[in-house]
Design a protein around this ligand. Structure first.
Ligand SMILES: Cc1ncc(COP(=O)(O)O)c(C=O)c1O
Length: 444
């Protein structure tokens, strides 16, 4: 077996930096459920579902069997020029669960593709060319998705490559950091005014509002209900399309098929990705049929999109989520995890806020509960200490721990993972993690 240190050293030599960052030096070679085994045989509880992908956990039999069965028959026959039965079946399944009625589906390979398709179609359908999007949002790394992403990295990239679309950024409704924490109504009013102002200033220019129903990489922020309802009403009244980016939130993660279903509004376009294929690359865009028809044949396609193996994997994921009752499970386990973390928050100076829906939970680390100053170095140290204690956890937005385990995780493993995580927080609070950890954990 190749020496682990050699793999890591070589990795940095031959793989471009634009592809990755460092959280923990895990060389994963096997997985079962929520457990990942590395090349040395060490096991970790993965509270990240590997970047929000492994909804069914590692080694899901349903996915492996569906993939092997399809691959044995045919690995590829392009649906651009022919017909793939699995692609049809998957589209039918997606339309059964979709909150958009009279919709159509198109396929891509990553969440980015699905968002780029939505952005192109929104411009084509409305004839308008600008967008409203949210500070700290993330929608992918293509030119169009970069334009509407609010995170710092997107602006850094755009400074070098230029912008694809004019985008007006408004703050994502974050009640914890608003003047009205704990008051959903006033918090919603506070943030919705900013959105209204942006729309009034740019009336006629806006093709779509691009919205994550829970802000993901920007810090796991759950928007207050009234805000999302008003957002939906405003978009409808103004004739602006609503792109509901569910790449991170769909397929049961929040306790519903789509997170937007918590708020009772209907978007026009829904990009999907990450968990859809259970680890096999596939993304989908569900959209209103009239919007989906607003570009010519072949205008948004990829040679490998609608691939039989990927579609078979996604079908297996959707069916398993349904058959195993994972929507309910996400809700129950989410409540269990949040109850525990909220009790822990009372005991830990570092934990400023615990928020989430289903098994999409954010734990915001702060230097001081009053000022809410982000505990950036501490978050990196917690990730490192958790790794040492056998738990995989990521931070987003610099100081928010993202708890996003497989929906199939059992109670015992979840509890054990969370206990080790809070032990890691204690160790950081008590100065038991040295600054050396900061060299290893970079994050983004
Ligand atoms: C909400 C959201 N949209 C889009 C993307 C991009 O997806 P991908 O990395 O599969 O292109 C991500 C990835 O983190 C995401 O969280």
């Amino acid at each position: 077996m190749r020496d682990p240190a050699d793999i890591i050293r070589k990795y940095h030599e031959v793989i471009a930096r634009i592809n990755r960052t460092d959280y923990a030096p895990i060389i994963a070679i096997e997985g079962r459920g929520a457990i990942v085994k590395d090349i040395t045989g060490r096991e970790y509880i993965d509270l990240s579902a590997s970047a929000a992908v492994m909804t069914l956990g590692y080694g899901a039999r349903e996915v492996a069997e569906a993939v092997c069965e399809a691959a044995r028959r045919i690995t590829h026959y392009t649906h651009m020029y022919g017909y793939v039965p699995e692609a049809l079946e998957l589209a039918e399944e997606l339309l059964t669960i979709s909150p958009i009625r009279n919709a159509k589906v198109s396929y891509g390979l990553t969440g980015n593709d699905a968002n780029e398709g939505a952005l192109l179609l929104a411009r084509a359908y409305t004839g308008a060319d600008a967008f409203i999007a949210f500070e700290n949002s993330f929608h992918g790394v293509g030119a169009a998705a970069t334009s509407v992403s609010g995170i710092g990295l997107a602006r850094e990239v755009e400074a070098r490559i230029g912008e694809w679309a004019r985008t007006y950024f408004v703050p994502y409704p974050n009640c914890y950091h608003s003047p009205y924490p704990g008051d959903e109504w006033r918090c919603s009013k506070y943030y919705i005014e900013e959105l209204r102002r942006a729309i009034e200033e740019h009336r006629g220019e806006i093709a779509a509002i691009v919205f994550e129903p829970i802000l993901g990489d920007g810090g796991i922020v759950v928007p207050p209900d009234p805000y999302v309802r008003w957002l939906g009403e405003i978009a409808r009244e103004e004739g602006i399309l609503l792109i509901d980016d569910e790449v991170q939130t769909a397929i049961g993660r929040t306790g519903k098929w789509f997170a937007i279903q918590h708020y009772g509004i209907t978007p026009d376009l829904i990009p999907l990705g990450k968990p859809l294929g259970g680890g096999i690359p596939i993304s989908a865009l569900i959209g209103r049929a009239d919007v989906m028809e607003s570009l010519p044949d072949m205008a948004y396609t990829f040679t490998l999109a609608g691939n039989p193996v990927s579609c078979a994997a996604a079908l297996a994921v959707i069916r398993a989520v349904r058959e195993k009752g994972l929507l309910k499970r996400a809700e129950e386990l989410g409540r269990r995890a949040m109850d525990y973390l909220r009790r822990e928050a009372e005991k830990h100076d570092l934990i400023g806020d615990v928020r989430g829906k289903g098994l999409m939970i954010g734990v915001e680390l702060v230097k001081d509960k009053e000022s809410k100053e982000p505990a950036l170095k501490e978050a990196r140290k917690v990730v490192w200490r958790a790794y040492e204690l056998g738990v995989i956890i990521l931070f987003v937005a610099g100081n928010v721990l993202r708890i996003h385990p497989p929906l199939t995780i059992d109670e015992e493993t979840l509890d054990e993972g969370l206990e080790r995580l809070t032990q890691a927080i204690t160790d950081v609070e008590e100065g038991r993690v040295s600054d050396e950890a900061l060299k290893a954990v970079k994050g983004w």
